[in-house]
Design a protein around this ligand. Structure first.
Ligand SMILES: Cc1cc2nc3c(=O)[nH]c(=O)nc-3n(C[C@H](O)[C@H](O)[C@H](O)COP(=O)(O)O)c2cc1C
Length: 349
C-alpha cells in the first residue's frame, strides 16, 4: 500500500448495508480474482469478490474461501451462476451458507433459493441485471441490490448506456443500484452516484494489479488497448462477452455458426449446448489468461482506455476514493454560481 494518508469514508446505502468504508466492489472475474486480490480490496475498505467457478471442484472453492478468511476479517463476496448450465450451483451455495459468505452476487438464472438461504445466515445478495424487467423480478424475490451491468463493461456486458440504465433502474426500484461497466476513476464514480447508484462494481481496472494472477501479456494488453479495441463476441459462452480485439479474435469471428445457434435455441438441446459452449469457451480463456499463446482471448471492458499503469489493488481503492472527494469539491468550486440557492431562484423565475 502507498504511504499516502487514508482517504475519508464515503457513505452510501450500500456501505451501510455491507459495513464497508468505500462504495467500491472489485467485481468477481472468471480466472482472474483470487483470495489475494479480493483480500487486498476488502482490507483497503472496498469489497472484493470472486466467482466460485474459479476453482475446479467445490472442495477447492471451500479451501479458497478459508484462505480468504485468513487474509481478511472484512466483508467479501462470492459470485454464483444460478442457471441450469452450472452443475455446481447447489453445492457451491451450500458452501456459501456453511461458510457464512457476507455477500453473494448472482448472475443469470433464478436467484430465489440463493436469496432465501443466504438471508437465513445473515448474508446479503446482489443480482447482476441488464434490464428493468429482470431487476423487478429479483427485487420481488428479495434481492438486497442489483448490479446494473451496462454497455462498456468487461465480461458479459449489457446493451444499455449507464447514463440511461442507472437513473432508469433507480427510478423504478426500491433496492440499491450498483453501477458496473467502464468505471476506472473517482470522477466516474461520482457521476454514477449522481445518476442514482449507491456503489460501483469494477472489473477491468483490477486486472492491471500485481495481485491478479494472470499472464503479463494480458495485463500489457489492458494497458495498451483503446476503448474501440473492445469487441463483443458470442464465441465464448453463446452470449456477448467483451474482449480485446486481437488477430486471433479476428480469425475466430464473433458470431455463432448456424448449427451452434440452432442448438442453443432448441429447448431440448439448449441446456447441454450452453454447457458445451461454456466449457469450450472457458478452456480457450484459460489458455490465454495463464500463459502466452497466439490464441489471445482476453476479456476486458472499454475502461481499458483510462488504465495507464499496474497499481496494487488496495491503492486503487484509495486512489478512487481520493479522486472522488477531489471531483466532488472541484465540481462545487467550479459551479459555485449554481449553488442550490441560485438554482432554486432560477427555477422560480
Ligand atoms: C475478465 C473478466 C471476467 C469476469 N467474470 C465474471 C464472472 O465470472 N462473474 C460475474 O458475475 N461477472 C464477471 N465479470 C464482470 C465483473 O464482475 C464486473 O461486473 C465488470 O467487469 C464491470 O465492468 P468493468 O470491467 O468495465 O469494470 C467479469 C469481468 C471481466 C473483465
Amino acid at each position: 500500500m502507498s504511504a499516502l494518508s487514508t482517504p475519508a469514508p464515503i457513505e452510501t446505502e450500500v456501505t451501510r448495508l455491507l459495513g464497508i468504508r468505500y462504495p467500491i466492489i472489485a467485481g468477481p472475474m472468471f480466472l482472474v480474482s483470487d483470495p489475494e486480490l479480493v483480500a487486498a480490496v476488502s482490507n483497503a475498505g472496498g469489497l472484493g469478490a470472486m466467482p466460485s467457478l474459479n476453482w475446479r471442484t467445490a472442495e477447492e472453492f471451500r479451501q479458497a474461501l478459508r484462505k480468504l478468511k485468513s487474509l481478511t476479517s472484512k466483508p467479501f463476496g462470492v459470485n454464483l451462476i444460478v442457471n441450469q448450465a452450472n452443475p455446481r450451483q447447489k453445492v457451491d451455495l451450500d458452501i456459501c451458507v456453511e461458510e457464512k459468505v457476507p455477500l453473494v452476487i448472482t448472475s443469470l438464472g433464478n436467484p430465489k433459493e440463493t436469496i432465501q438461504r443466504m438471508h437465513e445466515v445473515g448474508g446479503k445478495v446482489f443480482c447482476d441485471v441488464t434490464t428493468l424487467e429482470y431487476a423487478l423480478k429479483v427485487q420481488g424475490l428479495g434481492a438486497d441490490g442489483v448490479v446494473a451491468v451496462s454497455a462498456g463493461a468487461g465480461g458479459h456486458a449489457g446493451p444499455t448506456s449507464p447514463l440511461v440504465l442507472l437513473p432508469y433502474l433507480k427510478k423504478n426500484l426500491k433496492i440499491p443500484v450498483i453501477a458496473a461497466g467502464g468505471v476506472v476513476n473517482g470522477a466516474q464514480m461520482a457521476s454514477t452516484l449522481m445518476l442514482g447508484a449507491s456503489a460501483v462494481q469494477i472489473g477491468t481496472r483490477f486486472i492491471a494489479t500485481p495481485e491478479a494472477k494472470v499472464d503479463e501479456s494480458y495485463k500489457n494488453a489492458i494497458l495498451r488497448s483503446k476503448p474501440e479495441d473492445i469487441i463483443l463476441t458470442k464465441k465464448i459462452s453463446g452470449t456477448p462477452v467483451a474482449v480485446i480485439r486481437t488477430p486471433y479474435t479476428d480469425q475466430l469471428g464473433t458470431e455463432l455458426n448456424f448449427l451452434e445457434a440452432a442448438l442453443l435455441k432448441n429447448p431440448r438441446t439448449k441446456k447441454y449446448m450452453k454447457m458445451v459452449r461454456a466449457y469450450l469457451g472457458s478452456e480457450t480463456l484459460k489458455k490465454a489468461v495463464t500463459g502466452p499463446t497466439w490464441k489471445e482471448v482476453w476479456s476486458a471492458g472499454q475502461g481499458v482506455g483510462l488504465i495507464e499503469k499496474i497499481t496494487p489493488a488496495g491503492d486503487i481503492v484509495h486512489e478512487i476514493a481520493r479522486e472522488f472527494h477531489d471531483a466532488v469539491s472541484t465540481f462545487h468550486q467550479e459551479h459555485a454560481g449554481t449553488s442550490s440557492e441560485t438554482s432554486r431562484a432560477q427555477r422560480e423565475i
